[in-house]
Design a protein around this ligand. Structure first.
Ligand code: ARG
Length: 470
């Protein structure tokens, strides 16, 4: 099969023949890196403008190149561009088309750069844009959760440890736990954006260039804070993509936990929430069923993002400096992870926005399982002066008694309780109901509705500031 094709028109000067079909297949990235067309054209336009300002490119050539690049952009956006595998990647596809359009001046665009810094700048621009969009989506989800937490700051629900009823909390308090998690995701993504905000363009193949270029100018034109400082690192670094993937993986893990809770809460056995018809599916055989497919898929999809992170870590591990073709394997994983996270965040915002909260079921469950036992123990410490360990033991006996009588702690009579410990008085009933238990948890960050409202307020302000800053 070798020798039948023409050698590559972009780099084939020393090649007598074209590539084997398998070589073309393994080498070409155009099927996926065409996604970078807008970034590639923006990078080329910034580079050409800089070459012109530095008198490396004549005014006429610059004009021809810039107009030609705009034509290519339009062709791609209008679906009129023919991508060619023989031209390997997006960089050479665009440059070859530019040559068809404007002739000789096209060959001057690649002065003082290489595909190594070109792909580095394209990919950074793409990841930065995606990360900004992710940040926006996380903000939308947080805003949504804050709204629902505010509606349900007083809605009683059982809090769990080991998925066993532990102590009563409110649904608002529970949602605010997720606000904290997604708030950390937001700050992680933003830290990542700040760190990647450096332009590698102008590092050329790996060593910089002998031309009198202005890397600060291209960095600024492309919206980067500054140029990268080391030309070798510029073309061999993919930390920006790895950081995006790690932040995405953590966020996806949070989404999967929330999705799992929605799955549990929407079972008939729990019955805490009901997903809207818009976010459920039916069963083709069991007419009574309403399935939380969107939640299940959000729960599952994190696997792809973890996979993407491991893929890229593995691609980069052990690579010698600077660029190696291995690094072409950086893109598909990131594209897939980004699209996956976008869908997960949208589905979670959708589901939580209109799901119905069954307050009665939550409240009933909040009172089951002797969830106020800790309140009784705390009361014995506070009012009876007992050491906590002893109070814990006495409370255990009260729970055993309630279990025997098949009633809740607050349904035991004073006589029952005094039989367990004589120090117990009528006042104890003030803490044994779920409402009172929750209301008493006024410690900073605790479940008391007033405390939950304080945290909602904190996040509203923080988010408003964050929105202005971004
Ligand atoms: N398609 C390549 C990539 O994505 C572009 C850089 C190629 N550089 C090279 N020297 N072959 O990594």
């Amino acid at each position: 099969m070798t020798g039948t094709k023409q050698s590559n028109q972009m780099w084939g000067g020393r090649f007598a023949s074209g590539p084997d079909a398998v070589m073309e297949e393994i080498n070409a990235s155009i099927d996926f890196d065409r996604k970078l067309y807008a970034q590639d054209i923006a990078g080329s336009r910034a580079h050409a403008a800089m070459l012109h300002k530095q008198k490396i490119l004549s005014a006429a050539d610059y004009q021809a190149i810039d107009n030609g690049l705009l034509t290519v952009l339009r062709e791609i956006e209008d679906g009129q561009f023919t991508f060619s595998r023989a031209l390997e990647d997006i960089h050479m596809n665009i440059e070859a088309r530019l040559a068809e359009l404007i002739g000789a001046p096209a060959g001057r665009l690649h002065t003082a750069r290489s595909r190594n810094d070109q792909v580095a700048v394209d990919f950074r621009l793409w990841v930065k844009q995606t990360a900004l969009e992710t940040a926006g989506q996380i903000r939308t989800l947080i805003t949504q959760l804050l709204k629902r937490a505010e509606e349900h700051a007083d809605t009683l629900m059982p809090g769990f440890t080991h998925l066993q009823t532990a102590q009563p909390v409110t649904f608002g308090h529970h949602l605010m736990a997720y606000v904290e998690m997604f708030g950390r995701d937001l700050s992680r993504i933003q830290d990542t954006i700040a760190r990647m905000d450096e332009s590698p363009l102008g590092a050329a193949a790996l060593a910089g260039t002998g031309f009198d270029t202005d890397r600060f100018m291209t960095a600024q034109a492309l919206g980067f804070r500054e140029p990268t400082r080391n030309s070798i690192d510029s073309v061999s670094d993919r930390d920006f993509a790895l950081e995006f993937l790690s932040a995405a993986a953590i966020c996806a893990m949070h989404l999967s936990r929330m999705a799992e809770e929605i799955v549990i809460w929407s079972t008939p056995q729990f019955g805490f929430v009901q997903l809207s018809d818009a976010f459920s599916t039916g069963s083709s055989i069991m007419p009574q069923k309403k399935n939380p497919d969107a939640a299940e898929l959000v729960r599952a999809k994190g696997g792809r993002i973890n996979g993407a992170l491991i893929t890229l870590l593995t691609v980069m591990k052990g690579l010698p400096l600077s660029y190696s073709k291995d690094m072409q394997e950086d893109k598909e994983a990131v594209f897939d992870a980004s699209a996956t996270l976008e869908l997960m965040l949208a589905a979670m915002s959708g589901m939580t926005g209109d799901m119905h909260i069954n307050k009665a079921a939550m409240k009933a469950a909040a009172g089951s399982g002797y969830s106020t036992a800790t309140d009784l123990a705390d009361w014995l410490v506070r009012e009876g002066g007992l050491p906590f360990r002893e109070a814990h033991h006495i409370t255990g006996r009260a729970v055993a008694l309630a279990e025997k009588k098949r009633c809740s702690l607050s349904d035991l009579t004073l006589k029952d309780l005094q039989a367990v410990h004589p120090a117990i008085t009528e006042d104890v009933f003030d803490v044994l109901t779920v409402e009172k238990s929750v209301a008493s948890r006024k410690s900073y960050g605790g479940a008391a509705p007033q405390e939950v409202r304080r945290q909602i307020d904190f996040w509203k302000k923080r988010l408003a500031k964050n929105r202005n800053a971004a």
